[in-house]
Write a protein that binds this ligand. Sequence first.
Ligand SMILES: C[S@@+](CC[C@H](N)C(=O)[O-])C[C@H]1O[C@@H](n2cnc3c(N)ncnc32)[C@H](O)[C@@H]1O
Length: 341
Amino acid sequence: MAGPMNPLPTSADDPRLRGWYHTIELAPGITTSDAVYDLRPIASRSGLPESLVGKTVLDVGTADGFWAFEMERRGADRVVAFDIARMGESNVLPRYRATLPDWWATSENYCAERFWTAHAMRQSRVEYRTGSVYDLSPETIGTFDLVYCGSLLVHLFNPLEALIAIRSVTRAMAVIEACSTDPAYNPVDEAFPDQPLMKFGSLDGDGGEPGRQCMYWYFTEKALYDMLVYAGFGAVEPRGQYRITGPGGGNCPVVSAVAHVGQGACPSAEGPVSTTGYVRLKAELEDARAEIAALKTRLHPFEGLGARSVGTARRLQRISGRFPRIASAVRKVAGRKSAGD
Ligand SMILES: C[S@@+](CC[C@H](N)C(=O)[O-])C[C@H]1O[C@@H](n2cnc3c(N)ncnc32)[C@H](O)[C@@H]1O
């Protein structure tokens, strides 16, 4: 089993501090230097509670361990960091697996040494467990007050199955952050704000090697929220879209949500999106849209004829006045800005 670097780095210019996945402060004055992602600036953006005192927490797909150490820093009683033991457990397409040497499948997760180095240098009490997210269950790992899962779903053949497994080990809440469609290049959320759409892969960006990077699924906000409901969470608190970046070149739009077990208390001022409330408002919105479309069709031949269209025009005006209110209510529960923003 992997252990920490030996000897441990003792100075800020140790070359072994380069090339990490996460920017992590390993000891006072010693921080990994050109990591792919520096998540410190967005550490509270995903909905992780400021205090985790008294809580047991699980970090799924921990990599170098940034989130596990962050949850320890926030006072959690017990933190378990979880990742695959061997590279062969990752969802690599068969065509690429076939090109890799035999030893690759059984080789140890290359993040583990970095995790254990950070663990030793931070004098951490975080526990490390290995396995695949698909195999998480109360029997295999127990249950946790809070489960965190960041930037993993994009790499999985089956994100819904993973969320179902995560739900099975969540006692109160899960914070899920997933890669999202890029508002700059592919503004799906803007065009279809109420649709649970997902973008698949990126053939044109794969340079002739479809799926080589193991990047499969990009979520719209609604897709993540709805999938969490499918996975068995009772209430979903949207956290919206933002971007994660880092000095090593990481730059990824993400969407996150806090998913609650049952309809339990929700810490946000807006309150949870209750599935039934959302569905009701959305149905009202669809009705209003259909009514407007029908009235517009009826109004069309009368346009410019004045008095004959007045009755229909008044009805259209009345319904149109109602439409923004319903639309804004739907946006509000979905955590979006109100209409007109
Ligand atoms: C993109 S990194 C995300 C790291 C971290 N969670 C974050 O938010 O920055 C994905 C991590 O998930 C792990 N992983 C990949 N497939 C997995 C699986 N089937 N089960 C558990 N972890 C997996 C990888 O080894 C890697 O550490």
